[in-house]
Design a protein around this ligand. Structure first.
Ligand code: M6R
Length: 623
């Protein structure tokens, strides 16, 4: 989704802003812009539709814009089409002329009452050149600034009291050279500092090469940045203090490191990400590996008290919930409901204080997941977040946080974050089973934990065999439809396999519970339709194979994805992929790898943008 970068310091701002924006490209955007001011002089605003390359060309890689204070933005259209005029920064002057502007700003998020505010401003003779809510927001700041003859912080405070919605807002005032002002609510923003420079960014990679020392600005807070100094304010305009936090990610982790695409790099980082996450929560106790969740604060008493588990998430994170549901229900006495956050938040909920709501989110900023978390808390229910981004909104607001150690994930299509979330789901299931007295046999528990410890190496083995998949994927690059089918846990994996395929290759694909095909979907199968059956669950294997054969007899081409040893599958299917054996509860961690690779190779064969699929954003911070 949209990206923000800001810089104040001695260096020329524009090249730094462009470089920062390039690190946010993965979030998805359709236009970009910069506003820079040179000392006391006016702002210079340059915008371009399309890729950052266009903006770089227009500004001679930023060199044409003089000045050491500026803000930049990549826009993912919400209000108004993707166009140069709608691109940010927006200005407070009545026409689109930057020279006359008092205030210039960029914004991520959505202003829900922008129509009402626009009408109000129009009554005060403001005119609008764009279709965006951001232009309204910037003009509202200008309105309060002028009307009450206020300073920037008071004008911002007045503005944020008046708007409804979410925002990370960065503005510069003509009267305050060398300063950037920011305000935030429900949209990510960090502020970085080093000796004589200050930065803002909507995500860590944008500023990581300049500084690791950041502040997290809270909801309904504001800040003033000048070179090397930051002051924070609450809504009353009073100064507040914040702790400086050191970002531990290393800058290289956010680079491609020799791979052609971030997605392939991240697929290959899975063994390490999985092991790092396992090692965070599995500790040595003598010769035993034991699950230790003390760091999360989830005590045995809390676990024993749980009456029902809800897992709430979006997209791939929701698919992790689907897998976890099967595992938790099988290894504990708990009933689990898996909910799409966008649905959950608007449903009447009958949550009890003894329920546990688990929110899963890579970014920790997904608007619907954050809202679901807040509503659950308001109803007095305990919340546990499985999150990748340290310091993100969901991590900060949940009662308990279980971090995944996936490191920065840049490709829009998640791979390593998904895999580490699965690990957290397994570990929670085992811990719940142990504490609640369902897994009473110590040897059995040890066996499960040891099996989880093997996943990382087994994922590496699957990756070693990727060439066969490359060949197969290139054969199917022109497919119109692909079906992923499975039962139980294999259905949950099919959901993720199908999403991976369609989101980056643009090939229509569906995941179906294999037993459901006969209730409608099988009519879509025709000659040559690729049907991928996921077959890792012994007791459901025969049934899914039968469903696959029903498709074959209607012309489908079958791919079977199963475990080593199940070689008889070759009698029935046209192409087989094997993954190593692991306890069946955890088989999804291995079965998903070939499906990620299939999606990747199919997309590469089609010559599409793997890391930045059309219309998609990495972090969905609006509803
Ligand atoms: O950051 P989150 O995990 O909350 O994001 C949720 C979904 O938007 C995300 O999982 C999305 O479905 C994936 N990028 C798809 O690969």
């Amino acid at each position: 989704m949209c990206g923000i970068v800001g810089y104040v310091g001695e260096k020329q701002a524009a090249p730094i802003l462009l470089d920062g924006l390039s690190k946010l490209e993965y979030r998805g955007y359709d236009s970009a812009g910069l506003a820079v001011r040179d000392g006391e002089k006016n702002f210079k605003v340059v915008k371009a539709k399309g890729r950052l390359k266009q903006l770089s060309e227009k500004t001679n890689d930023g060199n044409a814009l003089k000045g050491g204070c500026g803000i930049g933005h990549t826009r993912w259209a919400t209000h108004g089409e993707p166009s140069e005029i709608n691109a940010h920064p927006h200005i407070s002057s009545y026409t689109a002329s930057d020279a006359e502007a008092n205030v210039v700003g960029v914004h991520n998020g959505i202003i829900e009452n922008f129509q009402e505010l626009k009408a109000k401003l129009a009554r005060h003779d403001y005119e609008f050149y764009s279709q965006t809510d951001t232009e309204v927001l910037v003009k509202l700041v200008d309105y309060y600034y002028k009307k009450y003859n206020m300073g920037p912080i008071d004008a911002l405070a007045k503005t944020i009291v008046r708007v409804r919605g979410s925002y990370a807002l960065a503005v510069m005032f003509k009267d305050y050279p060398g300063e950037i002002y920011v305000a935030r609510k429900d949209s990510p923003m960090i502020i970085g500092v080093n000796e004589d420079e200050s930065y803002i960014a909507s995500d860590v990679p944008a500023i990581l090469k300049h500084t690791r020392n950041v502040y997290y600005i809270g909801n309904l807070e504001m800040a003033k940045l000048s070179a090397g100094a930051v002051t924070f304010f609450n809504l009353d305009g009073d100064e507040i203090t914040k702790d400086l936090v050191e970002i531990k990610w290393d800058a290289e982790a956010a680079e491609k490191g020799g791979y052609e695409h971030f997605m392939m790099k991240e697929i290959h980082e899975q063994p390490k990400a999985i092991m790092d996450t396992v090692n965070k929560y599995v500790k040595k106790d003598g010769d035993k590996n034991v699950i230790d969740l003390s760091e999360i604060g989830l005590t045995d008493d809390v676990i024993k008290d749980i009456s029902q588990v809800y897992i709430v998430a979006c997209g791939s994170a929701w698919h992790v919930g689907m897998v976890s549901q099967y595992v938790i229900e099988d290894l504990t006495d708990l009933q689990v409901r898996v909910e799409l956050a966008s649905e959950f938040r608007y449903r009447k909920k009958h949550l009890k204080p003894t329920d546990l709501v688990i929110i899963i989110s890579q970014s920790g900023e997904t608007a619907d997941s954050l809202a679901a978390l807040r509503e659950s808390k308001e109803l007095g229910t305990k919340t546990l977040a499985i999150v990748n981004v340290v310091g993100s909104s969901i991590a900060r607001e949940a009662d308990y946080v279980m971090y995944t150690l996936a490191g920065p994930e840049i490709a829009v299509a998640t791979t390593k974050a998904y895999s580490t979330q699965l690990i957290c789901g397994y570990l929670l299931a085992l811990k719940f089973g142990e504490v609640r007295g369902v897994i009473t046999d110590e040897e059995k528990l040890k066996y499960y934990v040891d099996e989880i410890m093997t996943i990382s190496d087994k994922v590496s083995k699957v990756l070693d065999d990727k060439e066969r998949l490359q060949w197969f994927a290139s054969k199917y690059a022109n497919a119109h439809d692909i079906f992923f089918i499975g039962r139980g846990l294999d259905y949950a994996i099919s959901l993720e396999g199908s999403l991976k395929m369609k989101e980056i290759s643009y090939i229509h694909s569906e995941a179906y519970a294999a037993g459901e095909l006969k209730h409608g979907t099988i009519s879509l199968i025709e000659d040559g339709t690729l049907v991928i059956g996921v077959l890792t669950q012994e007791d459901l294997y025969e049934k899914t194979v039968s469903n696959m054969l029903e498709c074959k007899s209607r012309g489908a081409y079958l791919m079977g994805l199963t475990t080593y040893g199940k070689y008889e599958i070759e009698d029935n299917v046209n192409f087989t992929v094997y993954v190593p054996n692991v306890d069946e509860h955890f088989a999804g961690s291995l079965a998903i790898i070939p499906l990620q690779l299939m999606a990747y190779y199919t997309t590469v064969s089609k010559g599409l943008d793997v890391d930045k699929p059309r219309n998609l954003a990495k972090s969905v911070t609006v509803e």
